[in-house]
Design a protein around this ligand. Structure first.
Ligand SMILES: *Cc1c(COP(=O)(O)O)cnc(C)c1O
Length: 414
């Protein structure tokens, strides 16, 4: 019988989500992922060409002709799918090549591919830690790390975001454990700030701990040659476990990996459940990812352009009268503090041809609502100049230009 009381209860839950204003609506792209896209929003509305400020396509490689061609080539040479997990009959030469190239790029000893970074984080902790160990995580780590930790029997603890004093205290507290694993994101996706990896590595040495970094928002462009946060922070080659995604800067399709000490990677091959029980990365993705790494090894042109765009953007926004979060990464949050204001500004920006999404509680802390903007190597200065003009127009409409945090909160509430 349908609907039953259960379905009614689900409907009520959905209605409550809508009522709270946190129902997630999807926008339909009618074009490839790029700096300028054609969007249908809301569903059924006429298509609109907008400047995209909210993808993770940091290097502009998602639709790059050479990457697309490499995917075609692998598709022709090695087929569409593997119809197997890696350890039964799902490992191709392409997978092994890609693991080797990622190892070289990240400066580690070995690498194991996963269907996604979510899966890498879901499998790695359980594979290498047991109930004699402790995981000490930054309080703002990505949801997939939180889930991975939940699947693991090691004790869980946290330290205040990027607070090295607090981390040190925790390391002292847990000296009786077999393994102390410090866990952090490299670049934090909501604030765009970086983990102080140099200090973390120093603490790890002092207290005999291991360091885990999820560098999904960093691999390919942070650091002089784009290796990641570890290169940026001067600790290249010193991180015990790096997880990262192929789904952002590295072509943006899907796939992730755990990279690090060879014993750790080997244990993941033996025990990590998303590796053992989920399908191998499809050949076109492996082939395209190899091409991406080839491009990045040949030239730093794209990460250099991304850096220049980021510099322009981080200077232009405060000059235009907005409050941003300082930092070095291409993630640049425009702080609005008030949830409704963030939604209103996002909607008005869309009308002006700018696609940027507003985030508010529970995605970010209460009272910390914002528009998150992200730079790409695919943007250019004329495009970004147009975006700043649109932001100024919308900012003026809401009377927020030149207001600091206090001013905005006085006017709109938190
Ligand atoms: C995006 C992201 C992931 C998930 O990556 P997928 O490959 O899409 O599963 C994991 N961790 C962090 C920090 C991320 O930003």
């Amino acid at each position: 019988m349908y609907p039953t009381a259960v379905h009614e209860a689900y409907r009520a839950e959905l209605a409550a989500i809508r009522e709270k204003g946190i129902f997630k609506e999807e926008r339909y792209l009618h074009s490839p992922q790029a700096a300028d896209i054609k969007v249908e929003y809301p569903c059924g509305a006429p298509l609109k060409e907008v400047i995209n400020l909210c993808s993770n396509n940091y290097l502009g490689l998602s639709s790059h002709p050479a990457v697309v061609a490499a995917a075609h080539e692998a598709l022709d040479a090695r087929g569409y799918g593997m119809s197997s997990v890696r350890f039964i009959c799902g490992t191709q030469d392409l997978h092994k090549q890609l693991e080797r190239k990622l190892t070289e790029f990240l400066g580690t000893e070995d690498t194991i591919l996963f269907p996604s970074c979510m899966d890498a984080n879901g499998g790695v902790f359980e594979a290498v830690l047991n109930d004699q160990d402790v995981m000490i995580a930054d309080r703002l780590v990505h949801a997939s790390i939180v889930d991975g930790m939940r699947l693991c029997k090691a004790m869980q603890d946290t330290f205040k975001h990027a607070d090295m004093k607090h981390l040190e205290q925790k390391l002292q507290e847990h000296q009786d454990k077999r393994v102390r694993l410090i866990i952090t994101d490299g670049v934090f996706s909501m604030d765009g700030d970086l983990a102080p990896l140099d200090q973390m590595c120093a603490l790890a040495e002092k207290y005999n701990a291991l360091v885990f970094v999820d560098d999904s928002h960093s691999t390919g462009f942070m650091g002089k040659t784009g290796r990641g946060t570890h290169e940026h922070c001067g600790v290249f080659g010193k991180i015990d476990i790096i997880t990262t995604t192929l789904g952002k800067a590295l072509g943006g399709a899907s796939g992730g990996c755990v990279s690090g000490r060879k014993e750790i990677v080997e244990l993941c091959r033996q025990r990590a459940r998303p590796y053992l029980f989920s399908n191998a990365v499809p050949p076109p993705i492996a082939g395209a990812a190899l091409k991406v790494l080839e491009i990045l090894n040949e030239t730093t042109e794209r990460r250099d352009k991304l850096e220049a765009n980021t510099k322009f953007w981080r200077q232009a926004l405060p000059e235009a009268g907005f409050v941003i979060k300082d930092g070095d990464s291409p993630i640049v949050p425009i702080m609005l503090f008030n949830a409704k204001l963030s939604q209103d500004v996002s909607r008005d920006l869309y009308q002006e041809g700018i696609y940027a999404v507003g985030f508010f509680f529970p995605v970010v802390a209460a009272g910390q609502a914002r528009i998150r903007t992200q730079m790409s190597a695919d943007h250019n200065i004329p495009m970004l100049t147009r975006a700043v003009e649109a932001l100024k127009k919308v900012g003026a409409k809401h009377g927020i230009l030149g207001l600091d945090k206090k001013g905005i909160i006085e006017k709109f509430g938190q």
